[in-house]
Design a protein around this ligand. Structure first.
Ligand code: GLU
Length: 448
């Protein structure tokens, strides 16, 4: 395939460009319906309208001109192919806190791919630093690309590698870590790191974006500035996740890593603290702690690294009419744990009891969280809950299913003994459950 075809042009548009010997980056003149347009030929969206030729005008605007009958194309100059150049690093101020930005991929680390019109994981952590020069006034930043992966493609092996790399930086004495991450599964990674990195001396802050950093509407810069500020200076030392507090581009909140969930497909304030409150807020470069219940920054603390996760753990959502063979399947496949996402206060139908009993008899740990998301499971209210408890199902208090799943993977990564794993599940490792539920009106979506 020629470079031109590779640039997404098809049909008459491709023919016109080929006949005029044009390549992407050339300066071309298009005459259409008595009007003349001149600009640089840029690649076009493969998934868009096949009849348009896209040029970047002198004004900086891109326009599409329909390659209809009577349109004339001529090459007026040979240009250079557009590439993404890394921005130069701003000057470092040695008096500022030392923060490492580790990049894993996702929208925050991506640019629009003009070939497909899609967003690609493309820019490095140092580009992030380059495109947000304000960071140089907040911290002395060093960067590392750990992965360039959309977060839906990350696995517990990546969590382990990431935790190990974070630990290396912390052991070298940095003031804080920021991890740029795709938002889709950022809540899972924040929970995983919360269990894997215990007794943290400094903060570890995950950050993402809903719009890529080269778009004017991007939330990447504000999120990144908030995250770096918190990592470098906040008085807490926990795994947090920093994103917009509301849809407006002002405050950034840092949620506790085990209590945060992506709740909206596209809004900038997609992340919400569930059954808890954000730890801190960053507004106009000022950090305000949101409550007094947090682990303190203290560089004399010795980090404890426990990065192993068991991948033979499944999340099974209960629904009316669910075939218990789903549970049998995982048992037969040698899974070590199943997190049941039960209904209401913590229930699954009585038709699943036999399969659960059999799984537990075979040493599979069965834990239960509620698909309600908000609130806590209470399996003592109805007989269904009591029956499940007597079968040996472990209730996960006010943990929502995703954090419950990660905790079960982590617990079974620490021990292969189901009883020990159950004990770990019941132990509050890092604030993943609270013993008393907060007033409900303050914990529901949008009410914070
Ligand atoms: N699905 C991708 C990811 O989670 C892009 C979305 C995003 O970064 O928000 O990595």
């Amino acid at each position: 395939m020629s470079e031109l075809e590779n640039s997404g042009y098809k049909g008459r548009a491709l023919r016109l460009l080929r006949d005029a010997d044009c390549q992407v980056g050339d300066i071309i003149r298009i005459t259409s319906r008595g009007k003349t347009y001149e600009g640089i030929l840029i690649p076009r969206g493969e998934l868009g309208d096949a009849t348009n030729i896209i040029i970047k005008m002198k004004s900086g605007y891109n326009i599409g001109i329909g390659a209809s009958e009577g349109v004339n194309v001529e090459k007026v100059g040979v240009g250079t192919k557009p590439t993404f150049a890394s921005s130069p690093l701003p000057k470092q101020n040695s008096a500022l806190p030392h923060v490492i930005i580790m990049s894993t991929g996702g929208t925050i680390a991506s640019r629009v791919d003009y070939r497909t019109g899609a967003v690609r994981s493309a820019i490095s952590a140092s580009d992030l630093y380059g495109v947000v020069p304000e960071l140089s006034e907040i911290a002395r930043v060093d960067t590392e690309i750990v992965f360039s992966i959309y977060s839906e493609n990350l696995t517990p092996k990546n969590w382990k590698e990431l935790a190990q790399k974070v630990a290396e930086h912390i052991n070298q004495g940095v003031d804080g870590i920021v991890i740029a991450h795709g938002t889709d599964t950022m809540g899972y990674t924040s929970a995983a790191l919360s269990f894997a990195l215990q007794n943290l001396p400094v903060p570890v802050i995950l950050v993402g974006a809903q719009r890529s950093s080269d778009r004017p509407s991007s939330d990447a810069a504000t999120n990144l500035i908030g995250a770096v500020k918190a990592a470098g200076e906040a008085p807490f030392a926990e795994v947090g996740l920093a994103m917009h507090e509301t849809v407006s581009d002002s405050a950034i909140v840092v949620h506790r890593g085990v209590k945060v969930r992506k709740c909206h497909t596209s809004r900038r304030d997609t992340f919400k603290s569930i059954n808890g409150f954000p730890i801190a807020k960053v507004l106009n470069q000022k950090i305000t702690m949101q409550n007094s219940d947090y682990k303190r920054r203290d560089t004399s603390k010795q980090l404890v690294l426990k990065p192993d996760f068991c991948e033979k753990v499944a999340l099974v959502k209960f629904y009316p009419g669910m075939d218990p063979a789903v549970i049998d399947f995982y048992v037969n496949q040698g899974f070590k744990g199943v997190l049941l996402e039960g209904s209401g206060l913590g229930h699954v139908s009585m038709f699943c009891f036999e399969a659960i009993k059999n799984a537990i008899a075979k040493g599979v740990v069965i834990a239960l969280a509620s698909q309600c998301i908000w609130g806590r499971v209470n399996m003592n209210v109805y007989d269904t809950g009591r029956d499940l408890l007597s079968l040996g199902v472990v209730p996960l208090d006010d943990m929502f299913p995703e954090t419950g799943l990660v905790k079960l993977m982590w617990a079974l990564g620490q021990t292969s003994d189901p009883e020990e794993a159950k004990q770990l599940l019941k132990t509050n490792i890092t604030g993943e459950f609270v013993s008393r539920t907060l007033p409900q009106e303050k914990t529901v979506y949008g009410a914070q």
